[in-house]
Design a protein around this ligand. Structure first.
Ligand code: SF4
Length: 360
């Protein structure tokens, strides 16, 4: 499709620093800008020309992002409710994890919503928008796409689950991003562990990953722009070639390439000496242990089957291999929690502290 003159506003419902760090949002901006005129806005640069705008797309990553949606609409004098916006106003739609989790609370606000993965489906949406039809015709055609929920038309919608082909990476490396000058590469999507509280797992089932060669190509592309490389995924250590990816990075560092490496999250039971050594070489100084619940009983209850020995083993490996700082993530207030669970948490925290301080 030749590039059309249709004008799309890609709106991020928070400040630009966060917009630039949102891989999904920035990738969709890249896709849209190849097909139509695209302008990025955020809450700190929210004004645009409504008269020349065909549609506004919002990406919602966090629950409270809806406040940013209202802020941007208000700043531009756009009615919040879809049924109060006639043909004089742009179509307004949204996607992202919050929308996929539950679109219903916002169904009076958005003309349509994207449920599930965005990258390929977004191209289909943009192509329909670019036809420049009136709102009713556009929404009718959009409602025929899988994963598109048009509250005024749709009665049933199926989440889109895409096959991961071309690796998604940071299209604009910026010092204004929350992850300053960092080239983020998506390695895998979803997580097989299905901890009961975790939308990152359930929203993105089944677990999928990119080919090793494509990830390596993306790393090389990133290193042409910056030395800060971050690998992203809810369960990247489940990538079948994870150790080889880490070895590739370690070999590069050993050959003198300066790489600051960031890893989004690692399961405690996947921490190995080689992995920690690579992270330390890549200037990562702290690790996070997500124990998630106060006691082993509660961890079993939320399907986070992590035993105390595994936690202490990960702490020992981190200490022996040079990771200095340590954070613990745990939720308090999980249903059925008792004082005994809290006491067990305090005991475990003390054990972790003494394991950290032990001489290597
Ligand atoms: S291991 Fe982490 S990413 Fe996977 S389901 Fe559990 S909390 Fe979610």
């Amino acid at each position: 499709m030749a590039k059309s003159n249709y004008n799309l506003i890609m709106a991020y419902p928070a400040i630009e620093e966060f917009a630039l760090s949102s891989l999904g949002y920035m990738w969709l901006c890249k896709i849209a800008s190849e097909l139509i005129n695209t302008e990025r806005i955020s809450t700190d640069s929210a004004y645009f020309n409504i008269k020349t705008t065909g549609a506004i797309a919002f990406s919602l990553s966090f629950d409270f992002d809806f406040l940013g949606v209202f802020e941007i609409l208000e700043k531009n004098n756009i009615p919040f409710l879809a049924n109060e916006r006639g043909e004089d106003y742009p179509l307004i739609f949204a996607g992202g994890p919050v929308i996929t989790t539950n679109p219903e609370p916002l169904k009076q606000i958005f003309d349509f919503m994207m449920i599930g993965d965005g990258e390929e489906n977004f191209k289909s949406v943009v192509k329909i928008l670019a036809k420049g039809m009136n709102k009713a015709e556009t929404l009718r055609e959009l409602s025929g796409l899988e994963g598109i929920y048009v509250p005024s038309i749709t009665t049933k919608v199926k989440k889109v689950t895409e096959t991961l082909n071309n690796v998604i990476y940071t299209p604009i490396v910026s010092d204004k991003s929350y992850f300053k000058d960092t080239f983020i590469i998506e390695v895998a999507r979803g997580c097989m562990n299905r901890c009961a509280f975790c939308t990152a797992s359930y929203l993105n089932l089944p677990f999928r990953h990119y080919d090793y060669e494509k990830i390596i190509d993306a790393i090389e592309l990133g290193l042409k722009q910056t030395n800060k490389i971050a690998l992203l995924g809810a369960q990247i250590s489940a990538h079948p070639e994870f150790n080889n990816i880490m070895k590739y990075l370690r070999d590069k560092m050993d050959s003198g390439v300066n790489i600051e490496l960031g890893i989004s999250s690692l399961r405690t039971d996947s921490v190995t000496p080689e992995l920690v050594q690579t992270l330390v070489k890549g200037e990562q100084r702290t690790s996070t242990i997500a124990i998630e619940a106060a006691s082993e009983r509660l961890r079993r209850f939320i399907n986070k089957n992590l035993k105390e020995e595994q936690i202490l083993n990960a702490v020992r490996i981190a200490r022996e291999n040079g990771l200095r700082g340590l954070k613990i993530y745990s939720m308090l207030g999980i249903p059925t929690e008792t004082q005994e669970d809290i006491d067990e948490f305090l005991r475990l925290a003390k054990l972790i502290k003494s394991e950290r301080k032990r001489e290597t």
